[in-house]
Structure formats: C-alpha cells, structure tokens
Design a protein around this ligand. Structure first.
Ligand SMILES: *Cc1c(COP(=O)(O)O)cnc(C)c1O
Length: 384
C-alpha cells in the first residue's frame, strides 16, 4: 500500500466545496446568515434549544466555563483521559482542574470517583464523551444536582451520539462540540456550545464577541443609532460564514458519516473477536457511540513496538490520550502527586486504529491484517 492511512480525516464532497465558494462570492465572510443557519441545523439535529457557534472547540469549552461562572478558587472536575483542552479551559478562567479517574470499561469519567473528588470548592464537572461514547449522564447529573455543580459536557467526539435515546446536547445544561477535521463533521476549525438555558445562552453570545451588545435592553445608556456597549469582558471567538456554510453542508451528511463509522467499528470488533491479546471497545447498552475513535487495548504485548511497526506499514495509529496531568505544564503547576490508576493503565496499553467515513473496506482489511501479523510475529519471537 503506497499512501499512508491516517487515524482520522475529513470527508468533503463537491456539495461542500460549492457551499464554501458560494459564500466567498457573497457579501458576508465573517458573521452572516450561515452562522445562524449552522446553529439552527445543530439545534434541529441534536434537539438542543440554543447554540452558539465559535472559532473552535477549545473556545467553546472556554465560553462554557465562563458562562458557568468559573473563577479563581473554583475547582472543576474532569477526566484525565482527554485532550488537554478539556482541562485548560478551567485554567483560562482562573479555576483549578481536578482529575477524577475513568471507568476501566468505558474509559469515561467514573461517577464514583467524581463524587470522591468533590470538595466545598467544586463548582462544575466536565465529563468527556470519550471516543464518542456518552458518559453515564444520569449518574453524573444526579451527583451534580446534589452538590449544585454545573455540568459542561465535552462532546468534541460525540456529535450525533446518543444516551438513552437522546442525542448529546438534547438535554444538556451546557455541551460543546468541535469541528476540527478529524471530528464527526468539520468546518476546518470550529466549535459550538449548546444549552437549554436562555441566560447561559446570552452569556455565551456576549463572550463570543468582546462582551459587546447592541441590544437596547441589555445596555445602560443610548447615545444614538451608532451606539453599542461592552458590558462584559469577552473575546473574539467568532467563526466565519465561510466555515459555517461548510458546517451546514456537513450536517446533511452526519447520519451517513455515523453509519459508516459504526459499520467500520463493527468490522473491527468482529475481526479482533478471536484475538486474545486485543481488548476491543466496550459499549454500554444505554449509549450509542459516535465512534470518533476506535481504541484497542493490548492485553499482552509491546504497545510501542506495535505502534512503530504499524507506522512503518503506513498506518497512522495514534494514542488518545496521555493523561493530562502528566504533561510538564501540569507537573510544574501542582499535579505532581496526581495519579488516576485506571487512566494510567489504559494509557499504557491503548492504541487508536484508523476510523473515518472515507476509510475503505480494503484499507481497513489491510490495517486488520497488519495488526494481526505484527502481534503474531511478536508472539512467535523466541524469548531470548
Ligand atoms: C478536539 C478536542 C477538543 C478541542 O477542539 P478544537 O476544535 O481542536 O479546539 C476538546 N476536547 C476534546 C476531547 C477534543 O477531542
């Protein structure tokens, strides 16, 4: 196989390209009608009440934390088995991320450990729907209600996933999505926050654009038709109409993307069913994953050797994720003593195999064959 197979990549067609070039010929490049159309498309699809599209998924998390009122002295509990942005957003607001361990089977935040990590300072929890599989949201919301915590779902992997028949975002207090090219749909860079709360929605809109309003009802004065006010400190986290046109077009394909991801995941499951060394991803019966990632664990065997071998075969395997508290920045900022044993054990043994809608059956068969060959070769190698 000559070209290499990545672990994830976007799927764009002619209709997507046309949507983008149409906007380039229009009056609006940045905030225009496509932003709202994209927000409405995500609301219609997920069942969320309000949506605010922003520059990227990290900005969405930052906006959600700000809207939740996270500030100095506040603790926010999240998973260590995630991209650093899930915790960095708390630091942006002056708060302190606290890591609770993941469940050994689902790799999602373990509600029991979440509860153990709650203190008087805990203000919010950021469950991450790892690989697209929704967290145990009933348990998490029950704990959150008892301790008066805001729930911010990091749904970067989970657009289109569902839990007990409801799409991620449908009944979320706050949930965020990312539209980076490897994510369920893409806008190049892009993100969104959804919420069911009108007050949070207003805060998110202000935060996206400098804290500036032109809404007469929100302003303290009115000095003329030119007048606007900055009533809070916000950022320029706006997304362009160019990106949102792509987003609207991509949303039409989301169900087809998800169906293909699921099909590929089932084919992997089947292929590795007879492979004693491979643990395939456990699926909780009440959740339907968006299959952002297909993560295996090696029960026995050298993960590094398999990683290097598969990379040499042109297969872009990856590791998701290095537990966040292990990064030097976190180590240097008070996390040296932190250890989440499940996350550590999973991290040591995990490997993400290629999974994206455009992966062909033949490419997947090549991946499966190479994984099996390399595992077998290692077994047969004499123990010196
Ligand atoms: C991708 C990702 C983000 C950040 O999204 P960006 O759009 O890249 O800023 C946040 N959390 C998780 C779990 C992600 O995978």
């Amino acid at each position: 196989m000559s070209k290499s197979i990545p672990y994830g990549r976007q799927s764009l067609d002619e209709e997507d390209l046309r949507a983008v070039t149409d906007v380039l010929k229009s009056d609006f490049l940045t905030t225009g009608p496509c932003v709202e159309a994209f927000e409405q498309a995500v609301c219609a699809y997920t069942g969320a009440k309000y949506a605010v599209a922003v520059a990227n998924g990290t900005a969405a998390l930052h906006a959600a934390c700000a809207a939740a009122g996270i500030g100095a002295g506040d603790e926010v509990i999240t998973s260590p088995l995630t991209f650093a942005a899930s915790a960095n957003c708390v630091l942006y607001c002056g708060g302190t991320p606290v890591f609770a361990d993941v469940d050994a089977k689902t790799y999602n935040l373990d509600p029991a450990d979440l509860e153990r990590k709650i203190t008087d300072r805990t203000k919010a929890v950021i469950p991450v729907h790892f690989a697209g599989q929704p967290c145990d949201m009933d348990a998490i919301y029950e704990i959150a209600r008892r301790h008066r915590l805001t729930v911010i779902e990091d749904g970067a992997h989970a657009l289109g996933a569902s839990y007990k028949g409801q799409k991620t975002g449908a009944s979320s207090e706050l949930a965020t999505f990312s539209f980076h090219p490897v994510k369920p749909i893409t806008t190049g860079e892009g993100g969104m926050v959804v919420t069911g709360d009108a007050e949070l929605y207003q805060k998110l809109v202000l935060f996206r654009s400098h804290g500036i309003t032109r809404d007469r009802e929100q302003m303290t004065g009115d000095e003329g038709p030119w007048y606007y006010e900055q009533i809070d400190l916000g950022y320029n986290y706006r997304i362009t109409d160019i990106q949102c046109a792509l987003g609207v077009s991509q949303m039409k394909k989301l169900d087809a993307f998800l169906a293909r991801r699921r099909e590929l995941a089932e084919r992997y499951d089947l292929a590795f069913a007879d492979c004693a060394d491979v643990i395939t991803p456990y699926q909780a019966p009440e959740a339907e994953s968006g299959w952002h990632l297909y993560v295996i664990q090696l029960k026995n065997g050298d993960r590094r050797k398999l990683f290097e071998g598969l990379r040499a075969d042109g297969i872009g395997v990856n590791v998701h994720y290095i537990p966040v508290y292990r990064h030097p920045y976190y180590q240097a900022h008070g996390y040296r003593g932190v250890c989440c044993p499940n996350a550590e054990k999973i991290y040591d043994r995990m490997l993400s195999l290629p999974l994206y809608p455009g992966l062909s059956d033949e490419e997947q068969e090549y991946v499966i064959r190479k994984v099996k060959e390399r595992l077998r070769a290692e077994k047969e190698k004499p123990v010196n």
